[in-house]
Design a protein around this ligand. Structure first.
Ligand code: NDP
Ligand code: 2IT
Length: 430
């Protein structure tokens, strides 16, 4: 049995070569829970940690589909069923060309811990494909989703495994997937979350991850008797998590000043107000355009194209109070973290999964800023997915206010439980 974190990680790396994001996610968790294991030898004896890094099941399948030119395309697809210890496997689907086994295993592993933090009865899983929805027509996306579900349907179910959205999978994709599942099984059931309202979806699910990340930041600020009123925020991404982070920041008197996509970012010193946010929502959700168009529409904004050879991301190099990384993993490197601290940022609430490299996390912790790691700060999305499952089981719909209040309460409880654990294990204020 491994005697320490380094020995445990050596084994994980040897058994799972070439899965660097998975190694990173596991090491972060193992480091932070090692003090608990030292106090609870029965967990070590039962090899809880060793079990937690091996998925219960991995499904790997091909997705053939026909593009608009009549050509056959073939994609790789996966579902990682990581843990069903406390409920059905639960977690999103990611459609992005970078998707591979290691990335989905990191996400599935993190999902297990995140889902347990919500206190709702959900195990953990993640899936997806290297399919790139960008530039595809609605009909191409539909044909891909139907073919994807033609295999996945036999592995999932409302009491077995309940997928949802993630990068590249939003309401449109969930609709196509749900329709195909319903057809193949002849069953109208809560097998996916993030569904449209007419198909058993929950109010506030689209908003939940972004709202939750902002509620988590507000909870952290409250420990210093502060609020988000008047605070400026660097926010990355321009998809689901970005949009509702920006909306809730505006609700609470904050001022988002950046937005990005994989091509570049915009800096708008005047602030992204409600009208500008509505423009981004239309641009990204309907027109499926690029964030550059924001700077063409609003002269107060400056657009900077992404430079793949740069050693840092200039989005994180502006004066601000808060940062909400909401795009993807490892988007804040060590230099970015140093820039954030240099520019006065003292609240970091992670909407994305694992957006900060380990060196960056250490810098935040050492600087004693208010830092909310993804598994806690972005649990609002899956929490409302859990509430969508409850409503589906009840065959009943709660109001916006009811769901929002439950989300607010869950985020506060996660914050308070994390703070209490930090106190108990000798790192108060962490
Ligand atoms: P979306 O697909 O809606 O938006 C993703 C945004 O991030 C887009 O602006 C996209 O730009 C940008 N992005 C994606 N990949 C990269 C990359 N490699 N480099 C630079 N920019 C990139 O996804 P979500 O908003 O749903 O997800 C964002 C993050 O939040 C992810 O880390 C996801 O795992 C996490 N998350 C999502 C939850 C949810 O409920 N949706 C819940 C919890 C966490 P482009 O369009 O150019 O690719
Ligand atoms: O990373 C995540 O928590 C999500 N993409 C949401 C998962 C879910 O099942 O709602």
């Amino acid at each position: 049995m491994a005697e320490n974190v380094a020995a445990f990680m050596e084994n994980v790396i040897a058994k799972n070569p070439a899965e660097k994001e998975f190694h990173q996610a596991v090491e972060e968790v193992v480091e932070s829970i090692w003090p608990v294991l030292e106090k609870r030898p029965e967990y070590r004896k039962a090899k809880i940690l060793e079990r937690s890094v091996e998925p219960e099941r991995v499904i790997l399948f091909r997705v053939p589909w026909v593009d608009d030119k009549g050509e056959v395309q073939v994609n790789k697809a996966f579902r990682i069923e990581m843990s069903s210890a406390i409920g059905p496997y639960k977690g999103g689907l990611r459609f992005h060309p970078s998707v591979n086994l290691g990335i989905l295993k990191f996400l599935a592993f993190e999902q297990v811990w995140k889902n347990s933090l919500t206190t709702l009865p959900m195990g953990g899983g993640k899936g997806g494909s290297d399919f790139d929805p960008k530039g595809k027509s609605d009909l191409e996306v539909m044909r891909f989703c139907q073919s994807f579900m033609s295999e996945l349907f036999r592995h999932i179910g409302p009491n077995t495994d309940v997928p949802a959205g993630d990068i590249g999978v939003g309401g449109r994709e969930i609709g196509f997937l749900f329709g195909q599942y319903k057809k193949l099984r002849n069953e109208f059931t809560g097998v996916l979350t993030g569904k449209g309202l007419n198909w058993g979806g929950s109010l506030i699910r689209p908003e939940a991850t972004g709202y939750g990340a902002v509620y988590f930041a507000a909870n952290m600020l409250e420990t210093r008797n502060e609020t988000l009123e008047g605070k400026t925020a660097l926010v990355s991404g321009s998809g689901n998590v970005f949009q509702y982070t920006a909306e809730k920041l505006l609700d609470l008197g904050g001022k988002p000043i950046t937005a990005s996509d994989s091509s570049g970012y915009v800096y708008d010193e005047a602030g992204i107000d409600r009208e500008k946010l509505a423009f981004i929502m239309e641009l990204k959700n309907v027109k499926r355009g690029r964030i550059k168009e924001y700077a063409e529409k609003y002269p107060s904004a400056v657009y900077t194209p992404a430079d793949p050879n740069a050693d840092h991301n200039p989005l994180w190099d502006h004066k601000a109070d808060c940062a909400f990384p909401s795009a993807t993993q490892n988007e804040i490197n060590a230099k970015d973290a140093a820039n954030l601290l240099k520019n006065g940022v003292y609240v970091v609430s992670e909407g994305a999964n694992m957006p900060t490299v380990p060196d960056g996390v250490n810098q935040f912790v050492d600087a004693k800023i208010l830092y909310g790691p993804g598994k806690a700060a972005n649990a609002g999305g899956v929490a409302v997915s859990g509430l969508e499952m409850s409503q589906n089981s009840l065959r009943y719909n709660w109001t916006r206010e009811e769901v929002d209040q439950k989300l607010f309460r869950i985020m506060k409880d996660i914050h308070d439980a994390s703070a209490a654990a930090a106190n108990e294990y000798g790192t108060p204020d962490n």
